[in-house]
Design a protein around this ligand. Structure first.
Ligand SMILES: *Cc1c(COP(=O)(O)O)cnc(C)c1O
Length: 392
């Protein structure tokens, strides 16, 4: 199997699993318990919190563990609305955000909030001028992701943070795709809230975190015990949190070296596709792009068909975002970037990791060439296109 779907999830690193195992079977005490079994878990959770805080330039008291990126996004936006709603009811986000952000904002619209969904340009970037123009006296929150999960475009987060900080508006960023791939630093980016998730950086599924800057007065996600400084009750997912800490340490420690290797593979795959496949177009940004992201539109075919036929050849890829691939809706990200509905449907996302090899990518291109010939051969729109060009 050739795995090219690392934006959906990643393989857990062996050393991460190793770090987690004792907390299932040996050190299984409840961190809230006084005895030795509990204090081992408590210590391990603190250690993970320190590691993660350090990796993003935060203090450990500002890290709150959650069940993942979606929970962190929901919590950040809902809690700001609740705690700062008396100051204003306007929120700014972007059309290309993950559904965990978009659907939370849409829910708030039903409760009397007004949301501006910023457009993006053809490469998936928001405009700082449009952001500034959208700010109103009653704007309480800006939520813009660090990097997009579908097309890999990296947003100008530090500039956004400078704009919001100067105006006293809270800034949340979804850094789920960015952490471990590109530098993420809460001070340099002037963020007040930041979401991350372990399973996107070779950690376990079901654990993530929300960074809440000290002084941001938002309420609890869950009520109950005093865990997570009373903001997120419930017995800690000790093995998961330990795995998250190990994954962050591993990813951030050798990020530059790993990113360079993945970027090399990415550019190789892009170049070969562009050279060998006609009527395709790379989606996303030329330079400001996540190291592992490749997203192409192949005209005259359906992305879902490509994914299914690649799967039959042992290749795991994705069309649109994984979260919506059950439904055959065109990607909201590609539509926001101005692609025609039909071109948005013809997109294929391949997200690489350092475990991929040039040989694998050669095989992928070879299969892709054959599959596209076959699919286009059956396509009436391709036939009509060739007829229009006088080639049929
Ligand atoms: C995967 C992802 C999420 C959701 O994270 P989970 O831990 O799976 O809930 C949120 N935002 C982005 C950008 C993602 O890629």
């Amino acid at each position: 199997m050739i795995y090219l779907d690392n934006a959906a999830t990643t393989r857990m690193a062996p050393e991460v699993l190793e770090a987690m195992l004792p907390y299932f079977t040996q050190q299984y005490g409840n961190p809230s318990s006084i005895h030795a079994g509990g204090s081992a878990g408590k210590k391990a959770v603190s250690q993970a919190r320190r590691t993660i805080a350090q990796a993003i330039g935060a203090r450990q008291e500002e890290i709150y563990f959650t069940s993942g990126g979606s929970e962190a996004d929901n919590w950040a936006i809902k809690a700001v609305a609740e705690s700062y709603g008396h100051k204003g009811k306007h929120i700014i986000t972007a059309k290309i955000e993950h559904h965990a952000v978009l659907h939370t904002c849409m829910e708030l619209e039903k409760k009397g909030f007004q949301v501006t969904y910023l457009d993006v340009d053809g490469e998936g970037k928001i405009s700082l001028e449009e952001l500034v123009a959208a700010i109103r006296p009653d704007t309480i929150l800006v939520s813009i992701m660090c990097a997009n999960n579908e097309v890999g475009t990296i947003e100008p987060v530090a500039q956004i943070g400078a704009i919001t900080r100067q105006r006293g508006i809270l800034f949340h960023t979804d850094a789920v795709q960015a952490l471990g791939q590109i530098p993420v630093h809460v001070e340099e980016m002037c963020v007040d809230l930041l979401s991350a998730s372990a399973h996107k950086l070779n950690g376990p599924k079901g654990v993530g975190m929300l960074y809440i800057r000290e002084g941001v007065e938002i309420g609890a996600m869950l009520y109950g015990g005093t865990q997570e400084r009373k903001r997120r009750a419930g017995t800690e997912n000790v093995p998961g949190i330990v795995g998250f800490g190990a994954a962050v340490e591993r990813a951030v420690g050798r990020m530059e070296e790993k990113a360079a290797a993945v970027r090399h593979l990415r550019d190789y795959l892009i170049r070969r596709i562009e050279e060998e496949i006609p009527y395709c177009r790379l989606n996303g940004h030329d330079r400001d792009r996540l190291p592992g992201n490749v997203n192409f539109t192949f005209r005259f075919v359906r992305g879902e068909s490509l994914v299914i036929l690649l799967d039959m050849k042992g290749i795991c890829a994705s069309s649109g975002s994984a979260c919506t691939s059950g439904a055959v809706e065109a990607s909201h990200v590609l539509l926001a970037m101005g692609l025609a509905e039909e071109d948005a449907h013809g997109s294929l996302r391949m997200t690489l990791s350092e475990e991929n090899t040039v040989e694998e990518l050669d095989y992928v291109v070879e299969q892709l060439v054959q599959i596209l010939e076959k699919l286009r051969g059956m396509s009436s729109s391709y036939e009509a296109f060739l007829a229009g060009k006088g080639e049929a």
